[in-house]
Design a protein around this ligand. Structure first.
Ligand SMILES: Cc1cc2nc3c(=O)[nH]c(=O)nc-3n(C[C@H](O)[C@H](O)[C@H](O)COP(=O)(O)O)c2cc1C
Length: 190
């Protein structure tokens, strides 16, 4: 049974909503287990991220979906601290051939979200993972992939409460990415 982990940081709760949606999408695929893992600032000491339990969960995952808000045109510092801590996995080739995907959210329609997705992609490539993109066309009346991002999910939220933003369309987009990753994980396991 493939394990899908969604690991993310969220400062004010918007990225959490996307992470939950991605988990919902993954869990909709029969025969997978899912885990939602939060990157906690408490685990960053003197700029370094440490949490062996989190790494044990990721080691046993078949697919890892990375999520971070876009802060100052890139991933949040807390996500980057986690990413830097994957150096040992890079050296050991421990996450090679696991599936990977990513999502981000920011206030602007662009807001430089693509820089964050490109960073998540580069991280996955350094780790030897296999990237799953988002093929949804934006020409639909539900707003799915309304920001036309094919590398991963882009969503939009500023100062609003996470109960309001990201909107239903952005959450559905994240759900579809989670579902796609889970479908590929099942295919690979066969
Ligand atoms: C430190 C900081 C930097 C930000 N930088 C950007 C940015 O570069 N582009 C943008 O569009 N929004 C930016 N924002 C807005 C956030 O990306 C946006 O509110 C997002 O929904 C926050 O997600 P979160 O609730 O998961 O932390 C920034 C917010 C903060 C706090």
């Amino acid at each position: 049974m493939p394990n899908i982990s969604i690991i993310y940081f969220s400062g004010t709760g918007h990225t959490t909503k996307l992470a939950e949606a991605a988990q919902k999408g993954a869990a909709s695929v029969a025969g997978v287990t899912t885990r939602l893992i939060v990157i906690s600032g408490e685990d960053i000491v003197k700029g370094r991220y440490h949490n062996e339990a989190v790494f044990a969960e990721l080691d046993s995952s078949d697919a890892i979906i990375f999520g971070s808000p876009t802060y100052m045109g890139g991933p949040a510092a807390q996500f980057k601290a986690f990413a830097d801590a994957t150096g040992g996995k890079w050296f050991a080739g421990a996450w090679r051939d696991k599936l990977a995907a990513g999502f981000t959210i920011s206030q602007g329609a662009s807001g430089d979200k693509l820089s964050t997705l490109h960073y998540l992609f580069t991280l996955a490539m350094q780790l030897g993972m296999v990237w799953i993109g988002l093929p949804e066309l934006p020409m639909n009346d539900q707003g799915i992939n309304r920001l036309s991002s094919y590398s991963g999910v882009m969503a939009q939220a500023g100062q609003e409460s996470p109960d309001i933003a990201p909107n239903a369309a952005d959450k559905r987009t994240a759900e579809l990415l989670g579902q796609r990753v889970a479908q590929y994980a099942v295919k690979l396991k066969k």
